[in-house]
Design a protein around this ligand. Sequence first.
Ligand code: NAD
Length: 429
Amino acid sequence: MKICIIGTGYVGLVTGACFAEIGHDVTCVDNDSAKVKILQSGGMPLYEPGLADLVKKNVQAGRLRFTASTPEGVSHGDVIFIAVPTPPQPDGSVDLSFIEKVARDIAGAMTQYKVVVDKSTVPVRTGDKVAETIKRYCKSKVEFDVVSNPEFLREGFAIEDFLKPDRVVIGVRNERAVAPMREIYSPIKAPLIVTDINSAELIKHAANSFLALKISYINAVSVICEASGANVIEVANGMGMDARIGRRFLDAGLGYGGSCFPKDISAFIKISEQLGYDFRLLKEVERINGDQMDRFVKKIIETLWVAKDKTLGVLGLAFKQNTDDIRQSPAIELCRRLLAEGAALRVYDPQAMEKAKTVLKGVTYVSDMNEVAVGCDALVIATEWPEFKQLDLQRARRELTHPIVFDGRNLFNPQELEKMGFVYRSIGR
Ligand code: NAD
């Protein structure tokens, strides 16, 4: 199929590369011409495991190309995917101006029947607005269908998630759009669920909110674990073995972050409010998430007594493992809170340092994780990168002026660290 993707970020670029990989002919559009230039010259504007190779391979095979021109992309694609940002506004609702702009751009460039697919995460009823807008701005009477095809990939595992999803959701208003969507996804072996557009849009918000709810649930349980002397990991393991519950998203920590969960939960609360329902359950999910950061900062301050003039080593800046994405990263938030307490910071992340440098100033960036502890009063683990488990702990103990570890991701075994002479504070145990 001839496909156009508008928006070549974490979702759009993965979508474009994966569609090309399964045999489609793909043009990716982005209005950030600097990003397009990087891609056209064989570079990568973002880090996602395996993506650079996949892009290179498919560009060389002639199935994938990049342009800054929306008309060029629209004339290429029979099916046009929208993968532009849907950021939050100060009141929690979604800024849909990017989607609206793309809808107008598509309308202006359409000369024959197109299927316009929204892959961005949007509030229920956005599909209707996209259809209205295209109709209004399309000068000739060209036919089109609007489809909702929410994306569930996780950054850090995006290619695998895209090519082997649990399910593909297709929301349509017109049966005519189902066949091309089935054809596009036919090489992907996963159940394809066809719904109406509103339901497809709601599936995404409801699913993300539920996952965030699981995280806040285990974080709330972690508070009870700490107060009672139980171990949250054992509780999560025991709960998670129940097939009705499942172990995933039951890791207590600094709370959820990233470019999706915080904005999607607040967007779901907001759209519910507009539709006449006060989604108090999700408001509590947000509150527990915020408390988790407060509690961790308090734990650090209580142990150090005063953070001012102390130096802390921080491992992790990305919002989670396997990505360079720092949008709404709890690790960055933690650094800001510690800086505000007057601490000096030595920080390290395997992938996110370049992006962090643009937003986190006044800290020392260290290029080797084993050097972070040098001269520090304590070490803080802020992101669950698996390689942090390989930290040279003997060396860290020697380098730290006081062997204290605050583990916001429960990476280490408390007994082992205490045996090595560390003061070790983690979450819920
Ligand atoms: P992103 O910011 O990484 O990428 C969006 C891209 O769109 C940018 O490169 C930007 O320059 C481009 N863009 C903006 N306006 C444009 C326009 N008018 N024409 C062409 N290009 C334009 O964002 P992302 O993380 O890929 O997220 C995109 C959407 O997918 C959001 O709605 C997000 O909620 C959703 N989503 C994201 C993830 C994720 O893990 N990142 C997962 C599932 C769904």
